[in-house]
Design a protein around this ligand. Structure first.
Ligand code: ADP
Length: 367
């Protein structure tokens, strides 16, 4: 999730006295909040329609529409009712304060006010607004997760239910090949579901900050140890596989199992998304302060518009060729989370129809 900063917060100030507006703008500028100043209720509603503020500081006595009415209108509208409104008024009567809360205000400051008090109260409302934003974001993410997971589990479940009910009824299996075909379809579907659930659990563990088993390790050695398995997988698709690394050990602080998972995901993607007879290269390059591992292929490549979302959960490139390859869209999110836990970086260079390079860099240990 993106961390919200004060500079992302937008506050609307509504006051008919120019000096008051200017004083308030200076106070808000101290905390680097974005702000807009307007002089009456009509302008306030127009400004809100143009851009939703995170907080409104609203004067009560204004010519035309007063602050109470502005607030009532905002609370009556589905799109604006969530915006917190703080009243700032010269009226000190309990009656006014009660009315301010009654129409939906969240706070009430009386003029003349103390700058520190205004800032403290604004900060409280901003913190609440940020928390509200995060909850909405999380809830949307949860809905998307549930939709995707249930969709991705439903298809294989249908296959399993369909074939197993045919098997139970008995009469449909007349040849041994039918039995083999049906059991294979059931197995493959169960395997797809298993992969999805395992990937999800792994990602949530990593995102929850599961402790890494950090130790000094030779990245060249780790890669070299995994190469025979990658070579076999590439050979099964008649692809050639090349591995190039410095002769000396390149040491990093890392979790062997997790970094192995990164390599395995990147190389298996390179093999999966490269047609038969293609080529997959893994190269390691040592620089002054970091080491870069590049997994390159001459396969399907990635369209430029897909690159910004490539490491997002469940994102899969939507071309017929990419879609024809089995996947969950979680591998690269796992890879990115692991690399970031190692204070590293990962990026991709790719051209559709030409091939891709996935490069990650890790800080090296001083020898
Ligand atoms: P998946 O399980 O779908 O492979 P990933 O998170 O590993 O999920 O990758 C996300 C998407 O990025 C893939 O669905 C695929 O469309 C694209 N992709 C990943 N690696 C490559 C590659 N080497 N070449 C082309 N496309 C790739």
């Amino acid at each position: 999730m993106v961390k919200v900063q004060n500079t992302d917060i937008y506050i609307l100030v509504v006051d008919d006295t120019q000096t008051n507006r200017e004083v308030m703008a200076r106070i808000l500028a101290r905390r680097k909040y974005q702000n807009k100043l307007v002089a009456n209720g009509e302008e306030a509603l127009a400004a809100v329609a143009e851009r939703l503020p995170d907080l409104i500081l609203l004067d009560i006595s204004m010519p035309g529409m007063d602050g109470f009415e502005v607030c009532e209108r905002l609370k009556a509208d589905e799109r604006t009712r969530h915006i917190p409104v703080m009243f700032i008024s010269a009226h000190d009567a309990t009656e006014d304060k009660l009315r301010a809360f009654h129409v939906g205000g969240v706070d009430y400051i009386t003029k003349p006010f103390k700058i520190e008090e205004v800032l403290a109260r604004v900060e409280t409302q901003v913190t609440l607004a940020i928390q509200r934003k995060s909850i909405i974001e999380l809830s949307e993410l949860k809905d998307q997760l549930l939709r995707t997971v249930s969709h991705d589990l439903k298809n294989p479940l249908h296959v399993i239910m369909g074939y197993s009910s045919l098997l139970m009824e008995g009469g449909y299996v007349t040849k041994p090949e039918d039995l083999t075909m049906m059991s294979r379809a059931i197995f493959n579907s169960a395997e797809r579901m298993y992969t999805l659930v395992t990937n999800l659990l792994e990602l949530s563990q990593i995102e929850d900050g599961a402790q890494l088993q950090m130790m000094p390790l030779s990245l060249t050695q780790l890669c070299a140890d995994m190469m025979p398995e990658f070579e076999l997988n590439a050979q099964a698709k008649h692809q050639t596989f090349t591995f190039q690394a410095p002769l000396d050990a390149v040491n990093v602080m890392g979790d062997t199992m997790r970094l192995g998972q990164v390599l395995s995901n990147l190389v298996s993607n390179a093999i999966k998304y490269t047609p038969e007879n293609g080529h997959v290269f893994v190269t390691i390059q040592k620089n002054a302060t970091d080491v870069q591992v590049c997994v390159q292929d001459n396969g399907l490549g990635i369209p430029p518009e897909a690159i910004p979302q490539l490491f997002d959960k469940f994102f899969r490139v939507n071309t017929t060729k990419h879609r024809s390859v089995e996947g969950t869209g979680l591998g690269l999110s796992i890879v990115k989370a692991i690399i970031e836990q190692h204070n590293g970086k990962i990026w991709v260079e790719s051209e559709l129809g030409v091939g891709s390079k996935f490069i990650f860099s890790l800080p090296i240990m001083a020898s």
